[in-house]
Design a protein around this ligand. Sequence first.
Ligand code: MN
Length: 188
Amino acid sequence: MPGKDRLAQYRSKRDPATTPEPRGHRRARRGDPVFVVQRHDASTLHFDFRLEIDGVLVSWSVPKGPSLDPRDRRLAIRTEDHPLDYADFEGTIPPGEYGGGTVIVWDTGTFDVLTEEPAGRALADGHLKVVLHGDKLTGRFSLIRKRSGDHEEWLVIKKDDEGADRRRKPAKTQPESVLSGRTNRELG
Ligand code: MN
């Protein structure tokens, strides 16, 4: 929506005096768009999957984390857009604050969009196709919206390519940060 501040919801949920999370500004950035998956040990452990689209990190909460197995359909709940500088945020959000708990960068890298239309349009249409160039996650993934409304439900599905792996379960066996090597526990 033209003129709409896409980070207003992000800011309204956080008090910059009490959380170490980036205040964040919408801004243009050069180069390939980035993705990040943050492992967030909050009231419930989940993975936050974020794609840089139109100057913000479009975000989903994935309870079980992304899978490399094309047979898995991982539920992803759309959450508020995050600022680009959230992509390398690791730290502890104080207890009692929104999202209180520890955050690490579980995987990150750049991505390409495979759909004909721009990513913002594909997002609005509820069907994104991307290629991730991460450390733990590589290759093609689809994001498909199953339910609209205030709590959009999507599915994240690995496509069957050279990045697929039916045995390796990185969300379970590789819990550490790709930036610092630390686990959530080591932060907390
Ligand atoms: Mn989260």
